[in-house]
Structures are given as C-alpha cells and as structure tokens.
Design a protein around this ligand. Structure first.
Ligand code: CP
Length: 304
C-alpha cells in the first residue's frame, strides 16, 4: 500500500491516468463501496467551491469514510494568523488524507512537503487543478470513445484558468490538436505554449470565436473569466463578456462535438445551449464523483 499526494497532473504517467479512468468507470457502475471505512478525510478550502468540495466529500462518504474540514477559511485559525504549515501539521494529526484548495500557486506542493499525509490539490491559484483534469479526461473518453487524436478548442480565460493549464498536460499523452481562443489580455501563457512545442503538440491561437473554429472541434472547452484573479477591476470589465456561446453557433458543428465547462458559468454559455444534446457540462460534473472516488483510492494506495 503506497500513499502519495496528487499535486499536479504532470506527476501522472499515461498509465496512471488510464488506471484512474478505469477505476472511475468501475465506481460509476457501483459508487457505494466501504473501502474507506475507519478513515477520515479533511477538506481545507481557502477559496470557494461547490463541485470540487462537495464531490470529494460525497466520494469519501460513499466509500464509507468520514469527512472533517472547513469551506470558509475565515472560520479557521488561519484568520488569526496561523501559517499554512502549522495548519497542515495540525490537520495531519486528525486525517488520513487532506483535500486542499488554496489561492496561492504552489500551496499544495508546499503542503505535501511538510506532511506525510497525502495531499490532493483541489486547485492552487492559477496553477493546477489535477482532479478536474482527470474528470475532464474521463468525460472526453466517455463522449468520444477515445482520447487520441482529438481537436480541443479552449475558450475564455486561458491566462488564469488552472483547468485549461492542467488539461493541456493531461492530454499531452494523446496527440491532441488545440485551438486557443482568448482576448489578448487572457491569452494562453508562454509556459503552456512552450510545453506544447516541446511535446510536438499542434496549436493555433485566435481572438475571434467563430463558427469556423467550432465546426473543426471535437471538444469545446468553455471557461469563465475569473473576476477573483484580476487585480484591476477595469480590466475585468473590459473582458468579462467577450465570448458567449449561443445555440445557433452549433448548427454545423460535428455530430460528436461535446461542450465541456469546469463550471461555475457566469454568462459564457447561453441558457439556450443547455437543451442541446451536445451540452455535456452537467454530466461532466457528475463524472467528478466517480473520478474522485478513484483518486482517493489511488493516493491512499487502496486496491479496488
Ligand atoms: N470546477 C470547479 O472547480 O468547480 P468549483 O469551483 O465549484 O469547485
């Protein structure tokens, strides 16, 4: 039984990813298994969350374990000035695994270096969101029947969006082609573009969100412009409504096209898209439950 943290998707080999997806499939068939009986998970959320926190907590409960933690750091002693290190050391006294979301990039890696209790990164600033990537990969494979040779169009906040940064790394094993659609203020950072170049991944960049691009796409990955990442509110106001996907833009899209979004959405997907069979974001979030059951077992070294 080997325990390990999940702080970044780049620590997962192709085999690791495929194993977790296989196990997630098995949890989709039967989500209620007492594999975590007698174990405690701590969920430490220094930033708001609906899906990630509640699906991790549901996953641990469905596996027969118990959950402690906080969803609002102002109710924890970090509001009195306690350091992240001390918080992690304290919670390590109580829990078998720690699921942590923090506004600072690198916070999960730091936490994993100060404790022997496995840390699952539930999002660190604009850096990484590896469990989201695994559920995205699960959703992509489930809807496309494969992961290889797909065209993925990422739209919106590609600068601060940790889900798109992680997804590029996760898809890098599967020969993707990317279209990056963003306003100039929110373009994909050089780091991710260099990663693509180093791994011979094809990508194009666009500032216009056109039907021509949609019609070449297998997975349309929409993202929210994240108000909380802007230091300048004027800059946020300039870009917040820049791309809105409407149902009539999907008329000539591929039959296999599916629309994903890590959620929450604000206005970037119009509500008339929700009834289109190509809209998959609600089922995508549901897949998060099964994928997170698989991730919990994986980091705690529990055989399924
Ligand atoms: N996708 C995602 O991380 O959603 P939450 O912020 O609600 O957890």
């Amino acid at each position: 039984m080997t325990k390990k943290s999940l702080v970044s998707i780049d620590q997962c080999s192709k085999e690791d990813i495929l194993r977790i997806l296989r196990n997630a499939e098995s949890f989709e068939e039967n989500p209620n298994r007492k594999l975590m009986e007698g174990k405690i998970a701590a969920t430490l959320f220094f930033e708001p969350s609906t899906r990630t926190r509640l699906s991790f907590e549901t996953a641990f409960n469905r596996l027969g374990g118990k959950v402690v933690g906080f969803s609002d750091a102002s109710t924890s002693s970090s509001s009195k000035g306690e350091t992240l290190k001390d918080t992690i050391l304290m919670v390590s006294n109580y829990a078998d695994v720690i699921v942590m979301r923090h506004f600072l990039e690198g916070a999960a890696r730091y936490a994993s270096e100060v404790t022997g209790v496995p840390i699952i990164n539930a999002g660190d600033g604009a850096n990484q969101h590896p469990s989201q990537t695994l559920l995205d990969l699960y959703s992509i494979r489930k809807t496309q029947g494969k992961l290889d040779d797909l065209t993925i169009t990422m739209v919106g906040d590609l600068k601060y969006g940790r889900t798109v940064h992680s997804l590029i790394v996760g898809m890098s094993h599967f020969n993707p082609t990317f279209h990056f659609v963003a306003p100039k203020e929110l373009r994909m950072p050089q780091e991710q573009k260099h990663f693509c170049e180093k791994h011979n991944i094809k990508y194009t960049e666009h500032s216009d969100f056109t039907e021509e691009i949609i019609n070449q796409t297998d997975i349309l990955y929409m993202t929210r412009v994240q108000r909380e990442r802007f230091t300048d509110p004027v800059e946020y106001e300039q870009v917040k409504n820049v791309y809105i996907l409407r149902n009539n833009m999907l008329t000539n899209s591929r039959d296999n096209l599916r629309i994903l979004h890590p959620l929450p959405r604000v206005n970037e997907i119009a509500y008339d898209v929700d009834d289109n069979p190509k809209a998959y974001y609600i089922q995508q979030a549901h897949n998060g439950l099964f994928t997170r059951e698989a991730i919990i077992c994986d980091v705690l070294g529990v055989e399924i």
